[in-house]
Design a binder for this molecule. Structure first.
Ligand SMILES: [Zn+2]
Length: 226
């Protein structure tokens, strides 16, 4: 188990091949020559764990997003959003605790936003869009940590913004399904996340040179220039 955790921490530092390269190869981004070493992997794991407790928890307040979105992210970390199971814990009567996406599992914060097959499908579309492939954890803080550290340091704020926009649309989509009986699909939420994250990022980066189509096609390249 411990080895598995370390392995997926190592995977987050592997980069896609350079655009100029004709052949496909993985690059270890923690070394200037791109070659993996055990010592470098160990150092990066220690460095990642130390920096998380100090800063990542507060990063949700520093993302390129409005304060109400940051507040939602903070409440998700603390499990303080009004899911059906949280209402039950407060002795508020609920006719059904079923998740509105799958209709099977109990609606907890973790299930609704990260574990449910519907939410998982949305996150998979986001990762595919970013060109990054790994398994995301089911717990909110670990999920956030893994997501924002999945690329270079330069993209951290932007990735946190995409994470927050995804949580935002999953939560408000859930409310639309429950209270307005809307019929939503994962790809619709994915498209909304791309637009929302771009509008938040543009609002906070007035000099951003990229267009919406560039954002849609090369999100990590755009983030790397900010
Ligand atoms: Zn579900």
């Amino acid at each position: 188990m411990e080895h598995n955790i370390y392995m997926y921490k190592i995977v987050i530092h592997l980069s896609k091949p350079d655009k100029e390269e004709k052949t496909t190869k993985l690059i270890w981004v923690k070394e200037s020559d791109g070659i993996f070493s055990v010592k470098s992997a160990y150092d990066s794991i220690v460095e990642t764990d130390l920096e998380f407790d100090e800063s990542n928890f507060n990063l949700v307040w520093k993302v390129w997003a409005p304060s109400n979105a940051s507040a939602l992210g903070w409440r998700v970390f603390l499990d303080r959003i009004q899911t059906k199971m949280n209402l039950v814990r407060r002795n508020i009567p609920i006719s059904s605790c079923a998740c509105p996406w799958c209709g099977i599992a109990e609606e907890t914060t973790s299930h609704l936003l990260f574990v449910c097959p519907f939410a998982w499908c949305v996150w998979s579309l986001i990762l595919r869009w970013l060109g990054i492939f790994f398994v995301l954890p089911g717990e909110s803080m670990d999920h956030f940590k893994q997501f924002v550290n999945c690329w270079s340091l330069a993209t951290k704020s932007g990735l946190a913004t995409i994470w927050l926009a995804t949580v935002w649309h999953l939560w408000h989509g859930r409310n639309a399904v429950i209270f307005r009986e809307e019929n939503l699909e994962s790809v619709g939420i994915f498209e909304a996340v791309k637009l929302k994250s771009w509008s938040w990022i543009k609002a906070c980066n007035k000099n951003c040179p990229h267009s919406l189509s560039e954002w849609f096609n090369e999100p990590l390249a755009c983030l790397g220039d900010m």
